[in-house]
Design a protein. Structure first.
Length: 649
């Protein structure tokens, strides 16, 4: 049985359905229990000695930029730290990335440029004291249910709730204002709110003057905009946008909540720039119950980014191409590391397809199901000369590997996770490892030792790894296992006597002055046309988790939802002659999937919705791999599709 501590932040006794009932995967008979080596085109059991010797021999042939490493937000901080250390130190490449590229790379880039720190500014416990909460691009009740409870508590205390989402979501029931924008039009929506605030002089002029820079240029750009044009693009009346702007500006304080509905666009960075401008314009940064609060896509997305499992930064977001910062790590690790930023997730797959990446190590990721244009991903992985996958199940990606290593789940090892509010928390081994499975950190240490780096990977436990992190990552400088024993700490926590930081940018932004960024609306890279007349948008549901590798192994969760559905507006379904439950072919320029129809008013006319939890209905065959030019995040929220009823289906 799983319970949450009633006296510990941020849950205070609350758990989501997956946390309370979704851990049955641990006992699944499908768990990997021994290493597997491909022989005669079949994966066959092997000993750890055979597997690690083969892996060391193979990887020694692929050092440099012909190698890439995919780490995972399901792994601990310590394991992500070792993943990037192994890539840079042992394999001599910065080609290391993980699933944050697919969910919050836009956040890390945009908030770092605007504020100096790419993380949630405030704490979950502050939400009930907000005067207004603006929820945009987040189906919070299904994706972050514990946080949704805090939003509902704020409503009971009198807060105004604004929801901006193309689909009807549970929070619409308590919303004072629902802004149903056309998918991909968040920039004109938020800029029009800013324009109204400027026009009605609702901004915090003292905050702007003392705490920010670039406002005059941003102000001049707003004066060029038209409320009628914003209404035309977004599909929302100018009066309703004006009402939302007034409500947010008068919240005192107002908090912005967003998730992948904002980030997963080819203009995701611009979406977040717009929100940052809105918050700074009204003085809603650097004080309790305000700020910009991205809700992360997995349990340790924040931590895996903090640990430097990214191609352009070392731990604590220290630029890899900065000689002074790089030298600090080289001295600590007693060897040189490469200076040029590496490739991101989608770029890695393209490079593999082109033969530039020849070997890949994938730890806890399932890109065959999670990445856009998954047919292209499969081709890329098959083109590799050597692929090793380290996981707890034989995922769709692991099935393609030359070598598979059995890892332990988070219930079977020690370590730390850093949650969405920057809170570093301990996890402890509650169950013995299944079969011969090993913790990811231990596998990496054994492998590095066989490749000549035993001294640099000589750890007896994860606490020693965190101690090294604390020496090299200033924001984690005061974090230790002793301090985490009772309760988590929020970074920045720079010294052993520092209490942690509840909210960021008090008195001064991390970068000094907050920066207003001038932005213009750029349409999504692929819009509906005569051949593909619908917008497909993708997302998650309450009872399943990402690619379903774990939650699909839990019968209770499969009872709640055991198959994919495509949500279609009833009017669109009638026009196409499609009845609820009938089979439909959903086709994009990249592929086709067959799926049952679910007619619902949740989806607006012209928009269909699918998840990516069900590998037998691989939604990401359809999605567009077009990238944001700064964050390199793919456009998973908007692509053009057509629907065809399956005759006789």
């Amino acid at each position: 049985r799983v319970r949450a501590k009633r006296d510990c932040s941020p849950n205070f006794g609350q758990l989501c359905v997956k946390g309370r009932f979704g851990l049955g995967f641990v006992d699944s008979p499908e768990r990997l229990t021994v290493p597997l080596i491909r022989k005669n085109d079949k994966l066959q059991p092997a000993t750890w000695e055979e597997a690690l010797n083969l892996l060391a021999e193979k990887l020694n042939q692929y050092k440099g930029d012909c190698f890439a490493f995919l780490s995972s937000a399901k792994c601990t901080n310590e394991e992500n730290y070792l993943a990037q250390k192994f890539s840079r130190l042992v394999m001599k490449t910065n080609n290391v990335d993980h699933c944050a590229r697919l969910c919050h790379a836009s956040t890390v880039s945009a908030l770092a440029l605007a504020f100096g720190s790419g993380a949630m500014t405030n704490s979950i416990s502050e939400l009930p004291d907000a005067g207004c909460i603006f929820v945009i691009g987040s189906n919070t009740t299904e994706q972050h249910p514990v946080i949704a409870l805090k939003i509902k508590e704020a409503k009971r205390r009198g807060a105004k709730i604004i929801v901006a989402n193309p689909r009807w979501i549970d929070l619409c029931k308590i919303a004072d204002i629902w802004l149903r924008q056309t998918p991909g039009t968040d920039v004109p929506l938020v800029l029009e709110m800013c324009r109204v605030i400027l026009e009605e002089r609702l901004m915090d002029e003292e905050f702007i003057a003392q705490r920010t820079e670039g406002f005059e240029q941003f102000k001049n750009s707003l004066l060029q905009l038209s409320g009628d044009e914003a209404a035309r693009i977004t599909g929302i009346s100018s009066d309703l946008i004006r009402e939302a702007a007034r409500t947010y500006a008068r919240g005192n304080p107002s908090s912005i909540i967003y998730a992948m509905g904002i980030t997963q666009h080819s203009h995701g960075v611009e979406n977040i720039f717009a929100l940052a401008n809105l918050a700074m314009m009204t003085g809603n940064v650097g004080r309790p119950s305000s700020g910009i609060n991205p809700l992360r896509g997995q349990n340790n997305v924040q931590g895996s980014c903090d640990m430097g499992a990214l191609p352009n930064v070392l731990p604590a977001y220290q630029a890899v191409n900065n000689p002074d910062l790089r030298r600090k790590f080289e001295q600590a690790w007693s060897a040189a590391i490469p200076e040029n930023p590496g490739l991101t997730v989608v770029e890695m797959m393209n490079a593999a397809h082109e033969g530039k990446i020849r070997a890949m190590y994938i730890m806890g990721e399932n890109p065959v199901v999670s990445d856009p244009d998954s047919s292209h991903v499969i081709e890329a992985l098959k083109s590799l000369e050597f692929l090793v996958v380290q996981d707890i199940f034989l995922s769709e990606t692991a099935a393609l590997a030359d070598l598979v290593l059995p890892a332990t789940s988070s219930l079977e090892k020690d370590g730390t996770f850093t949650n969405t509010e920057r809170r570093v928390q301990r996890i402890r081994e509650a169950l013995h490892p299944v079969g011969q499975s090993r913790p990811d950190w231990m596998i990496l240490c054994d492998l590095a030792a066989r490749m000549g780096y035993k001294e640099q990977f000589s750890y007896d436990n994860p606490g020693q790894i965190m101690a090294e992190v604390a020496r090299l990552a200033p924001s984690y400088g005061g974090i230790s296992y002793d301090r985490l024993e009772k309760e988590g700490l929020q970074w920045p926590c720079p010294s052993p006597d520092h209490p942690g930081t509840q909210f960021l940018h008090k008195g001064q932004f991390t970068r000094g002055l907050g920066k207003f960024n001038v932005i213009e609306y750029r349409p999504s890279m692929e819009l509906p046309d005569e051949e593909y007349p619908f917008i497909l948008t993708t997302g998650r549901i309450l009872c399943h988790y990402h690619t379903g590798t774990m939650t699909r192994k839990v019968n209770d969760l499969n009872i709640l939802r055991g198959e994919e559905r495509v949500e279609i507006n009833p009017q669109d379904a009638r026009d196409l002659g499609i009845e609820d439950g009938e089979l439909v072919d959903v086709t994009s320029r990249r592929g086709r999937v067959r799926v049952k129809a679910k007619t619902t008013e949740k989806s607006p006319a012209g928009v269909v919705f699918m998840t990516f939890h069900f590998s037998e209905t691989p939604t990401n065959v359809l999605t567009n791999p077009a990238l944001d030019p700064i964050a390199k995040i793919p456009e998973l929220k908007v692509c053009a599709v057509k629907l065809d009823k399956v005759r006789g289906g």
